[in-house]
Design a protein around this ligand. Structure first.
Ligand SMILES: [Mg+2]
Length: 413
C-alpha cells in the first residue's frame, strides 16, 4: 500500500463563472458609451421594454436585478445607461472562455453562457501535483489575459461544492475574495454549514416551504437530523437527496459539451398559478432567458417545448418543431404561448412549475444568422434553407442525431 493518500477516488471539479458577464461584455463592446457608465443596465429592447438581463454592481445597489421589467429598473435607477445585450459579442466571449478552459482539460461542460464546469480529476501528474487552488489561479489569470474578463472559480470534489465555492469567490465590493475558492477534500461538511438550504441548487421556494414546516432553514438545522428523520418527513428520495447535499455529496458528473442537446429554463412557483395572464407573463420571462442562452451559445433552435407540472405533480409537455431554426425571443414566445394554450386546454388546473426548452440546436453560421433573426416559419427562402441544413448537419456531427438531451433539468440562474 502506498503511503500517499488515494486521490483517485476524489474528483477535482471547478466551476468558472464570469463576473457580471453581460455587463462586462457590454463594457468591452462599448455601445452607446457603455464602457464608461458606472450605472449600467443590460437587456430589453431599444424601446426599453422587456426585462433586465444583467446590471452593474453599482446599479444593483439601487435594487435593480435580472429578470426585472426594464420599465421598473429605469424608475429605480434613473441615471443608468441602458443598452441591449450585445449577443454576438457575448457568444464570441463565451467561445473564447471555452477555448481557454479546454486547454486545461477536455472535460469542460458549459452550463450557461458564462458558467463552465471543468473536471480536472487525474490531471495531478500533468500539473506536477499542483494544488487545485493553484491550477484555478492559473486558469483565472489566463482568462483575464486572453478574454479581458474577470472570472471567479470555485472548486471541490463535486459540482455542488464548486458551485457554492464560486459564489463565495466573487470579488464583490466590500469582500476580500480574490476570485478563487477551493474546498479541500474532507472539508465539505464544514464548508456547507455556512449556507441556507435555499442556497443549494434545486431547492426552490416550494421545497423551502416544506422544509421550513419542519424547522429547517439552514444547512446546520438539517445536519442535526438523522437520515431516517429526513426520510420520514420528506420521503425516501428527497430525504436521502437532502441528507447527501447538506454534506456536500453530489455524484453528478461533468458532461462535456457534446452531450448538450437542449437549453431549458424552468421556474417553480412560490404558490401554484392558475391565472392565464400570470402564466403567460412567466412564460415570456422563461422564453426570453432560454432564447438568450441559445443566442449566447452562438446557436439556433428548431424545437420549442413547454413543460407544465400540475398542482398534483402530473408533468405534461408539448413540443413543436419549426421549419426554420429560430433564436429570437419573439418567435420562441409566440410558439411557446400556443403550446401552453394547448396544454391548458387539455387540463386546466393550477400549475406548480413551468418550463421552456429549446432543442434541435444548430450552430448559427454567419450566413444563416443574417436571415434567421426573426423568420416567419412559413416563409423559407431556399438559400436560408440550405444554410439551415448545413448548420443542422454540423450540429448532428457535433451532438449526435438525437434532438432532446438532458432536457428538463433546471439550470441555476
Ligand atoms: Mg456569472
Amino acid at each position: 500500500m502506498s503511503a500517499r493518500p488515494d486521490r483517485s477516488a476524489k474528483r477535482r471539479i471547478l466551476l468558472a463563472d464570469a463576473d457580471a458577464f453581460y455587463v462586462a461584455v457590454a463594457r468591452l463592446a462599448d455601445p452607446a458609451g457603455a464602457g464608461q457608465a458606472r450605472l449600467l443596465i443590460v437587456g430589453g429592447s431599444p424601446e426599453r421594454r422587456g426585462v433586465v438581463t444583467s446590471a452593474s454592481y453599482e446599479a444593483r445597489a439601487y435594487g435593480v436585478h435580472s429578470a426585472m421589467p426594464m420599465a421598473r429598473a429605469v424608475r429605480l435607477c434613473p441615471g443608468a445607461t441602458v443598452v441591449p445585450v450585445p449577443w454576438d459579442a457575448c457568444a464570441a466571449k463565451s467561445r473564447e472562455i471555452g477555448a481557454v478552459l479546454r486547454r486545461f482539460t477536455p472535460a469542460v461542460e458549459q452550463a450557461s453562457s458564462d458558467e463552465f464546469y471543468l473536471d480536472l480529476s487525474g490531471t495531478e501528474a500533468l500539473y506536477g501535483d499542483e494544488a487545485l487552488a493553484a491550477t484555478a489561479h492559473r486558469i483565472r489569470q489566463a482568462l483575464t489575459t486572453e478574454t479581458a474578463l474577470s472570472v471567479s472559480i470555485g472548486g471541490g470534489t463535486s459540482r455542488l461544492i464548486a458551485k457554492l465555492a464560486a459564489s463565495l469567490a466573487k470579488p464583490r465590493p466590500g469582500s476580500d475574495a480574490d476570485g478563487v475558492r477551493v474546498v479541500e477534500p474532507g472539508a465539505e461538511g464544514a464548508f456547507m454549514l455556512q449556507f441556507a438550504l435555499a442556497d443549494i441548487p434545486f431547492i426552490g421556494p416550494k421545497f423551502q416551504e416544506r422544509l421550513a414546516r419542519f424547522g429547517l432553514q439552514t444547512v446546520s438545522d438539517a445536519v442535526r437530523q438523522e437520515r431516517e428523520t429526513l426520510v420520514r418527513w420528506l420521503g425516501e428520495r428527497e430525504g436521502t437527496w437532502l441528507y447527501e447535499r447538506i454534506r456536500g455529496i453530489d455524484r453528478a458528473p461533468v458532461e462535456p459539451d457534446r452531450d448538450v442537446k437542449s437549453v431549458s429554463r424552468d421556474e417553480t412557483f412560490a404558490t401554484d398559478l392558475d391565472d392565464d395572464d400570470a402564466l403567460a407573463a412567466r412564460l415570456l420571462a422563461l422564453a426570453d432567458r432560454a432564447s438568450a442562452d441559445v443566442r449566447a451559445g452562438g446557436l439556433v433552435a428548431r424545437t420549442v417545448t413547454v413543460k407544465v407540472r400540475d398542482a398534483d405533480f402530473t408533468t405534461r409537455q408539448a413540443s413543436r418543431t419549426l421549419a426554420a431554426a429560430v433564436r429570437s425571443d419573439r418567435v420562441v414566445y409566440a410558439v411557446a404561448r400556443e403550446l401552453l394554450a394547448r396544454l391548458r386546454a387539455a387540463r386546466r388546473v393550477p400549475a406548480r412549475l413551468l418550463g421552456v426548452a429549446l432543442s434541435h440546436l444548430a450552430v448559427a453560421d454567419s450566413e444563416a444568422q443574417l436571415s434567421l433573426l426573426e423568420p416567419p416559419a412559413e416563409h423559407i427562402e431556399s438559400e436560408r434553407d440550405r444554410a439551415i441544413s448545413r448548420a443542422i448537419d454540423e450540429v448532428r456531427e457535433r451532438f449526435g442525431r438525437d434532438a432532446l438531451g438532458r432536457g428538463g433539468q433546471a439550470r441555476p440562474t
